[in-house]
Design a protein. Structure first.
Lengths: 280, 299
């Protein structure tokens, strides 16, 4: 009943706290951007007003793009994220359809197992996984990441898609079965077109999760040319005692932009995925 | 052949195959292998021998391991409580009638989208001992006379990493709780108003009970993420100063990968499992309240 509220009261209870939240949540991004365009002299001066740039420069970006392996890291991150996302989506579509619609013997417990797999955090898996990756000869290759990322993507995507498939009426499938459609035709011609929003949600979510992954990429990769952006920026740009803050912030900004842009196009799907995964 | 493929059990297994193969190979097997490694003296490049509980015994005697347990619990409890309270507050603010609500919601979630390792670098710069913008602002306002040593002092460092963690986690909690708030029927609030309930009573007796199931799930995830957090600490402090911010995950990484002692690292990782199980069970029993809230019988 917001209309009963007086304007000053609304300012104090709503706009001021909300403004505070927004300021704190967005400030690091503002600061990242400011820093990455500032010349070094300005960065290390305590007198100038740090909130604005006197002489903007793109020197840090130049350094990053032409004097470090940053473009390679970016390329690696893109390849790894895209492949991991597609592999996981395909595996998850089949798994979710089997669990939710084929209802084979034991599908209930498989569904539960998938949910439990979702709860296994990477930080307790990376040590044995490192041993396996070395054993398989995948250490220091992109394959190590493309094959291990699905372990946290498949459980999430399957769980999300199970929810979507559940919302598609059974009658549609029964009609198709009576008309003589095979399971494969039902899946590709009826279920998948209806589940497109779910596929987008799961895909966006999986992509951002792979883009943000850190501990596996840090453990399984050691050569600079195979690193992903988060790991490359943290391990290669931070060398010695002199921090190149401008280049670091430029790297952080460029590395965040792709996910932020993708997210801005699919906000609704992303939020649906996030809250759907929690609500089920 | 056709008939065979129509059998739902056969087809079901066939459809499960890709997911099951990947998960068994890279999730179930490593889980078991990790358990086994915890009881061996394996090092990188050398298979281990069974040493029984030796790793766990040495961890119990290890002051650093105990400190990391304390740090992890402190980090998890404080960060989760703060995230919950701020997240709930933010969710309730966003649930009111606002101009450009969808846009605000999208913007709020940004800290959660951006790679944590990269936003942690921004925090590292904000916490810089000499050029921190926070110190600059406070010094200009006259609140402090010398720059704050954010990451140099043990308790200051603990607080600083918790703030960074809260910054990243609040959007997740807020957006999930907002989704829960939107499912609460306005008629409940109208009924409460007619009965003369105050704002606090409406919050306490309508909002909170209706939200409990979602709170339970969201907070379980939040606790899981926080307890096993790695990248924020790795980027901001690498466990320092004086190991004051070493979490179990960062310590197990340090022991196992740069230190080469896979067995001990795995033992530390296993030691995290009971705590995670406790958190999950806690949420499971929280979820049990769902039945009566939706008009079913109390279980």
């Amino acid at each position: 009943m917001d209309y009963l509220e007086s304007l000053p009261r609304r300012w104090v209870t709503l706009y001021l706290p909300l403004g505070g939240f927004l300021f704190v949540l967005l400030f690091p991004f503002y600061w990242m951007t400011m820093t990455s365009f500032k010349p070094d002299a300005e960065l290390l001066s305590r007198d100038a007003n740090p909130f604005w740039i006197q002489h903007p420069t793109i020197a840090h970006f130049e350094k990053l793009l032409f004097h470090t392996s940053y473009p390679e890291w970016m390329w690696n991150t893109i390849i790894v994220s895209v492949v991991a996302t597609f592999v996981s989506l395909i595996a998850s579509v089949f798994a979710a359809y089997a669990i939710e619609r084929l209802r084979f013997r034991g599908s209930k417990s498989v569904g539960m197992a998938i949910f439990l797999a979702y709860l296994v955090p990477p930080s307790i898996l990376f040590i044995p996984l490192a041993a396996i990756v070395v054993e398989l000869g995948l250490f220091d290759t992109r394959w190590a990441l493309m094959l291990t990322y699905p372990t946290f993507l498949i459980p999430f995507c399957t769980w999300l898609l199970m929810g979507y498939f559940r919302s598609i009426p059974y009658e549609l499938e029964e009609c198709a079965l009576i008309d003589g459609a095979t399971r494969w035709q039902i899946l590709t011609k009826i279920i998948l077109p209806l589940a497109v929003p779910g596929l987008i949600s799961a895909g966006i979510f999986a992509f951002t999760l792979s883009w943000n992954e850190f501990i596996y990429a840090l453990t399984f990769i050691s050569s600079s040319e195979v690193k992903t952006v988060p790991v490359g920026v943290v391990t290669e740009l931070v060398e010695g005692d002199v921090y190149h803050w401008g280049a670091l912030m430029a790297g952080a900004l460029l590395g965040s932009l792709p996910v932020a842009v993708l997210y801005s196009f699919f906000v609704e799907y992303y939020v649906a995925g996030l809250t759907g995964g929690v609500k089920e | 052949m056709h008939k065979f493929l129509d059998n739902r059990n056969v087809l079901g297994l066939l459809f499960m195959l890709p997911a099951a193969a990947l998960l068994l190979m890279f999730l179930t097997y490593p889980l078991g292998l990790g358990l086994w490694l915890g009881f061996t003296d394996a090092r990188i490049g050398r298979a281990g021998h069974w040493v029984g509980l030796e790793n766990f015994e040495s961890l119990l005697d290890d002051a650093l391991a105990r400190l990391s347990l304390f740090n992890t619990l402190f980090y998890t409890v404080v960060a989760s409580v703060v995230k919950f309270m701020l997240g709930l507050w933010l969710a309730m603010l966003l649930n009111r009638s606002l101009p450009c609500k969808a846009f605000l919601r999208a913007v709020v979630l940004l800290p959660f989208i951006v790679p944590t390792a990269l936003s942690a670098i921004a925090f590292w710069w904000i916490y810089d001992a000499q050029f921190s913008v926070v110190s600059w602002a406070f010094a200009r306002m006259g609140v402090i006379d010398h720059y704050i040593n954010f990451l140099g002092d043990p308790w200051m460092a603990r607080m600083s990493v918790i703030i960074a963690n809260v910054w990243r986690g609040v959007p997740f909690v807020a957006i999930c709780l907002l989704a829960g708030l939107q499912t609460i029927s306005p008629s409940l609030y109208e009924a409460a108003s007619l009965d003369g309930a105050t704002e606090w009573q409406k919050f306490r007796y309508v909002t909170l009970p209706m939200l409990t199931p979602i709170i339970a799930v969201v907070m379980t995830f939040s606790v899981l993420f926080t307890f096993t957090d790695f990248q924020l600490i790795y980027v901001l402090t690498r466990g320092g100063p004086l190991n004051a911010t070493h979490l179990m995950a960062t310590l197990s990484f340090q022991r196992a990968i740069p230190g080469g002692n896979l067995g001990e690292g795995a033992a530390l990782a296993i030691a995290m499992v009971p705590f995670l199980l406790a958190a999950i069970l806690f949420s499971y029993f929280g979820l049990q309240r769902r039945a009566w809230q939706q008009g079913g019988g109390d279980k």
